[in-house]
Every structure is written in C-alpha cells, then in structure tokens.
Design a protein around this ligand. Structure first.
Ligand code: PGA
Length: 248
C-alpha cells in the first residue's frame, strides 16, 4: 500500500511571534513538494497566528486534554485548538510521558478527544534507554500501541510515531535495522488490533532526524515520514528533510 510521506515538525516550548517567519520558507517548500505532507506543531500561543500566516500549511498542537471542556486549570481542549486553526495534534509525546507522567491510557483518551473534535492525531510511542538496554524496546512499543491505539483508528485521521526517548534531542539515532525492526513490529501490532486498516496508518520515525540522515531513515520499509524537533525550528534545517522525503 502506498502511503504518502509526512514530515512533521514539533517546536516544543520554542518559538515566539518572530519565529513564525520560519513558516514562510517551510510553507514554500511544502507547496514546491506536493507529493509530501508537511505539518508543524507550534506552541498553543502561536497556533492562531501561524494558521493565519501560512493557510496552506497544516498547523497543529502538541497536546490536548481528553475532556471537551471543564474545570481543568492550565489545560487546553481539542475544540479550542481546532477553533484557533489547528488541524492536528501530537499526543503521548515522550516528553509528556516523562515530564507529566502521562500514560498510554491518557494518549488513548486524548486521541479519541482529538478525533471527535475534528483533529488528526500523531500518536507517539517509544522506549527509554534503560528499556532498550534491558532488551525490552519491542515489548514496550507493542504495549504502548496496544494501550493507546483507539479501536476506530485508521490512516485518515491517525499517524503513529516511533520516537525512542534516548534519541530525542541527543544527536543519537538507532541503527537503520533497529528502526526498521520496531516499525515492522508496530505495524504488526496495529494489524492485530485494527486489521487491514493498519496498512493505511503512517508510522513516522522521530529522534534526531536531520537533513543529513533523513534520506536513509525515510527510505526504510514502514517508515512513512519523520517527526522532527530541533531541526524543525528553522526553514534552513527543516526544508532539506522535506526535499529528502520528496526525492524518494
Ligand atoms: P528531535 O525531537 O528531532 O529534536 O530529536 C524529536 C521529537 O521529540 O519529536
């Protein structure tokens, strides 16, 4: 099955109004490479301005609450980010699993909330360094997928992202074999859960993706794109990843 490549940026807690100028170059690269889907998850405070500035580019949030509204101080709902102009959200990012102690069940509930409010979802999973060293990476990812993938998931609204925690922001990446092996395992797990619909779900790799390693990573079986943190903050670093995806 042909799956369009998706190159998604995640600005994390970086960026301000001035940084939105970077989106112009990113949007230009997106329209010059129509075979690739391009998206950027910006901080909540920038969603509205970003969506207005580059209407052709998919702007998203980095998290949403699992409830549609209510007494949840400091949180933001899927409906709120949708109204601000987001078309997708990341959920279950390992920095939220780590810093905010979010579980796979939380990621499941947040995915469902995003979907019922009209957002598409990038659902993240990935093992810690200790889990990999203990030979548990595959089992950890299988369990995360099992507990966080909604029953009604399909490729029209959900993308999975494999992001080994120890590779995020460190400049270290797994070997190509390790990436391909986890992606195959994640695909098989999804197939067990949602049958043939799993074949339409994209699986992104994330963790220290750059213009230098993107072509090799993106050409692996079952790697349908990249989730990019540090290298998405400037057009200069992000555009080469988009063009690498388009060249495949
Ligand atoms: P990185 O982050 O590209 O800076 O390693 C990836 C991510 O956390 O999405």
């Amino acid at each position: 099955m042909m799956r369009r490549k998706l190159v998604a940026g995640n600005w994390k807690m970086n960026g301000n109004r001035a940084a939105l100028a970077e989106l112009n170059g990113i949007a230009a690269a997106a329209s010059a490479n129509p075979a690739v889907d391009v998206a950027v998850a910006v901080p909540f405070t920038l969603i509205e301005r970003a969506a207005e500035r580059v209407p052709g580019l998919a702007i998203g949030a980095q998290d949403v609450h699992d409830a549609d509204k209510g007494a949840h101080t400091g949180c933001t709902s899927a409906a709120q980010v949708r109204e601000a102009g987001a078309v997708f959200t990341i959920v279950g990012h390992s920095e939220r699993r780590g810093d905010q102690h979010e579980t796979s069940h939380d990621a499941w509930a947040k995915s469902a909330a995003a979907h019922r409010n009209g957002l598409t979802v990038i659902l993240c999973c990935g093992e810690t360094e200790a889990e990999r060293d203990a030979g548990r990476a595959e089992r950890v990812v299988q369990a995360q997928v099992e507990k966080s993938l909604p029953d009604d998931a399909d490729g029209s609204w959900l993308t999975l992202a494999y992001e080994p925690r120890w590779a995020i922001g460190t400049g270290r990446t797994p070997t190509m074999d390790e990436i391909a092996s986890i992606h195959a395992i994640a695909r098989a797990k999804m197939r067990q859960m949602i049958g043939d619909r799993a074949d339409g779900v994209r699986i992104l790799y994330g963790g220290s993706v750059t213009g230098d390693n993107a072509a090799a990573i993106l050409s692996l079986d079952n790697v349908d794109g990249a989730l990019v943190g540090g290298a998405s903050l400037t057009a200069t670093k992000f555009v080469p990843i988009i063009t690498a995806a388009a060249a495949l």
